[in-house]
Design a protein around this ligand. Structure first.
Ligand SMILES: Cc1cc2nc3c(=O)[nH]c(=O)nc-3n(C[C@H](O)[C@H](O)[C@H](O)COP(=O)(O)OP(=O)(O)OC[C@H]3O[C@@H](n4cnc5c(N)ncnc54)[C@H](O)[C@@H]3O)c2cc1C
Length: 520
C-alpha cells in the first residue's frame, strides 16, 4: 500500500454515521411491529430491526430485483454480473463517489495461471496456484473454495480485461512491495520461501492494475462498467437494516438517503458488499488474541462493519473474525534490508526476514510489544535511502543490545548463530533465501523499530458464506434472499496468500453472488 493513499477514519466521520444509524435502526423496529412506513426515528429497540413483516404491509419507496449494499470492488462485480443475467439492480453507496477501499488500494490482484503470465513466459497453472494456496492456508484450508478460486483464476483475469482493467507492463522478477507503475507482475506473497517451494513452482502472481498502479486502476473501469450496465447507483445512501418477511426471507433494505429513511424492496435478493470492519478499532481489538495490539488501520472511513452487523441482527453467523491481516514487511523497505535480522524483546530471531509481510506482522504481535530489525554498517546507506531512522546504534552487538534494553548475551548469541549459518549461506532456522543470509559483522550496528505499533492491519473475518455466497445463519442454514461478497464475507481467509488476495476474493465472490442472486 502507499502511505499517501491510506485513509484513517476520523472520530467525527464515525460518530456522524453511528448517530445516523442509531436513529434509523430504531425506527425500523417500530415498523416491524406495525405497518413499516419509513424507517423513521422512534426510540424503539434497535435489535427488533425490520423482521417478520409481510411484504404488502411495507410502504416501499423503491423496488428492484437486487439491492447491492456497497459500491466497491465486490459490489461492482456483483452488479455487473447480475445485470448481465438480466436482473434489475440498485446499488446503495454510503459515500458520494463509491470505490471504498478498492479505489484506495495498492492496485494488486493475486492470480495464478493467467494468460498474462504465459505471455511473459512465466510457468504457472491453476494446479500450481492451488498447491501454493493450500500450503499457505495450512490444515484449516477450505479445499473446495480454494479449488474453485484456482480454477476460476484465468476467468477472473479475462473478466478484468473485459471491464477495461489494464495489466500492461514489465515483469519484476523480485518481491513487489506495492503496485508499481509500468510493472504488471511481481512476487507479492511467500512464493519464494522454502516452505512454498516444497509444493509449488514459484511464480509472480501479483497482477498490477495500471496506469497508476493503484486501486483506481480497478475502480475507474469498474465504475464505468457498472454505469454502462444500467445498474442504478444511489450515492450518500447508507443501508441501516435488512427487512425480512414472515418466513425469514430478506425482502429489502432500510436505507437513509435523500434526507430521510427509505424502504427499498428487493424482489430477488440483497447482496451485502460493504467491506470489512477495519475502521471499527474497538471491534478489531475485541477479536484479536495476540499479546500486543497492531499499529494502524489500513481502511476507508465507511469500513465500519455495518453490513456484518445488519446481517448479524437477523441471525447470520460469522467466520474468522480474529483473522485480521497484520503486516510488517522488510522487503518493502528494500530487498537488501532482508539481510538484517528481526529480533524480539528477548533478542531472539522469530522469522525469515524476507517472508511475506502479513506473516511477519502477525508474529510480531504474537511475541509482544517490541521488535527490532538489526543491521550492520554495510546496510546503513540502504536504510538511509529508504528514509529509515535507527532507534539505536552500538559499536558492538552488546552495546546495541543495552541501548534497546535487550539482554546482551541473548542478542550476541543470536547474531553469532546467524553468522555461522551465513558462512554456509543457509538459514537452518527459518529458511530465508540464501542471497539474504549475509553475516552481520560490520560495526557499527543499528536497530530499527519493528514494534507492534509499526504494524498495519486490515480485517479479513466476516459473514459466513457458502460456495454460492449465501449468508449462513448460526444453525448452519442459508438465510433466504441474502448474499454477501468481498471483505464483509469470509469463506477462505484464515491465512493470507499474498498481496492482491483481497481483490481476488472480491471479484470471485462478487461475480458469483451477482449471478446466483439474479437466478433466484
Ligand atoms: C490503502 C489500502 C491498500 C490496499 N492494498 C491492497 C492491494 O493492493 N490488493 C488487495 O487485494 N487488497 C488491498 N487492500 C485491501 C482491499 O482493497 C480491500 O480488502 C477490498 O477493496 C475490499 O473490497 P470490498 O468491495 O469488500 O469493500 P470496499 O471496496 O471497501 O467497498 C465497500 C463500499 O461499501 C460502502 N458501504 C459500507 N457500508 C455501507 C452501508 N451501510 N451502506 C451503504 N454503503 C456502505 C463503502 O462506502 C464502500 O464504498 C488494500 C486496502 C487499503 C485500504
Amino acid at each position: 500500500m502507499k502511505e499517501r493513499d491510506m485513509v484513517h477514519p476520523t472520530d467525527r466521520e464515525l460518530s456522524r454515521r453511528s448517530f445516523l444509524k442509531g436513529t434509523v435502526l430504531a425506527g425500523a423496529g417500530v415498523g416491524a411491529m406495525g405497518a413499516l412506513a419509513a424507517c423513521a426515528p422512534s426510540g424503539a429497540k434497535d435489535d427488533l430491526a425490520s423482521t417478520g413483516v409481510a411484504a404488502d404491509s411495507v410502504t416501499w419507496d423503491k423496488e428492484t430485483d437486487i439491492v447491492v449494499v456497497g459500491f466497491g470492488g465486490a459490489g461492482s462485480a456483483a452488479a455487473i454480473e447480475a445485470r448481465k443475467a438480466g436482473a434489475e439492480v440498485v446499488i446503495l453507496e454510503a459515500s458520494s463517489v463509491g470505490g471504498g477501499s478498492t479505489a484506495l488500494n495498492g492496485g494488486l490482484i493475486y492470480l495464478g495461471g493467467t494468460p498474462l503470465q504465459k505471455e511473459h513466459g512465466i510457468e504457472d497453472s491453476a494446479e500450481n496456484f492451488l498447491n501454493y494456496m493450500m500450503q499457505m492456508a495450512g490444515p484449516s484450508a477450505n479445499v473446495d473454495a480454494l479449488k474453485l478460486i484456482a480454477e476460476q483464476s484465468e476467468d477472473i483475469y479475462n473478466w478484468c480485461l473485459e471491464q477495461g482493467i489494464d495489466f500492461s507492463g514489465e515483469v519484476l522478477e523480485a518481491h513487489l512491495p506495492d503496485g508499481e507503475e509500468g510493472i504488471c507482475l511481481g512476487y507479492t506473497g511467500n512464493e519464494l520461501s522454502r516452505e512454498a517451494q516444497k509444493v509449488a513452482t514459484p511464480a509472480p502472481r501479483g497482477h498490477v492494475a495500471q496506469p497508476e498502479a493503484t486501486g483506481m486502476g480497478f475502480f475507474r473501469p469498474l465504475k464505468a462498467a457498472v454505469e454502462g450496465s444500467g445498474a442504478e447507483v444511489l450515492y450518500e445512501a447508507v443501508a441501516t437494516s435488512l427487512i425480512t418477511d414472515e418466513n425469514g426471507r430478506v425482502i429489502g433494505v432500510c436505507a437513509d438517503y435523500d434526507g430521510g429513511s427509505k424502504n427499498v424492496k428487493a424482489n430477488k435478493a440483497v447482496i451485502l458488499a460493504g467491506g470489512g470492519f477495519t475502521s471499527n478499532e474497538e471491534k478489531v481489538r475485541d477479536h484479536l488474541p495476540y499479546k500486543a495490539n497492531p499499529g494502524w488501520p489500513v481502511t476507508n472511513p465507511n469500513e465500519d462493519g455495518s453490513c456484518i452487523q445488519m446481517a448479524q441482527k437477523i441471525g447470520a453467523d460469522l467466520k474468522g473474525m480474529s483473522e485480521t491481516q497484520i503486516g510488517f514487511s522488510v522487503y518493502t523497505i528494500n530487498d537488501r534490508a532482508c539481510e538484517g535480522i528481526l529480533v524480539d524483546e528477548n533478542g531472539l530471531r522469530f522469522t525469515a526476514e524476507d517472508e511475506y509481510g502479513a506473516f511477519i506482522g502477525k508474529r510480531i504481535v504474537q511475541r509482544g510489544e517490541h521488535a527490532y530489525l538489526i543491521v550492520g554498517n554495510n546496510l546503513k546507506s540502504i536504510m538511509d535511502e529508504a528514509e529509515q531512522t535507527p532507534v539505536a546504534e552500538g559499536a558492538t552487538i552488546q552495546e546495541l543490545a543495552a541501548a534497546i534494553s535487550v539482554d546482551a548475551d541473548s542478542l550476541a548469541h543470536t547474531v553469532a548463530t546467524y553468522n555461522d549459518m551465513a558462512e554456509g549461506g543457509i538459514d537452518f532456522q527459518f529458511g530465508k533465501e540464501p542471497k539474504h543470509v549475509v553475516a552481520l559483522n560490520e560495526a557499527p550496528f543499528y536497530a530499527y523499530d519493528a514494534s507492534a505499533e509499526n504494524t498495519y492491519y486490515m480485517t479479513q473475518g466476516g459473514l459466513r458464506v457458502d460456495l454460492d455466497l449465501h449468508v449462513i445463519d448460526s444453525e448452519g442454514a442459508v438465510i433466504p434472499g441474502l448474499y454477501a461478497a468481498g471483505l464483509c464475507s469470509n469463506l477462505i481467509f484464515g491465512q493470507y496468500f499474498g498481496s492482491g488476495s483481497s481483490m481476488l476474493w472480491c471479484f470471485f465472490s462478487g461475480r458469483a453472488a451477482g449471478t446466483n442472486a439474479a437466478a433466484e
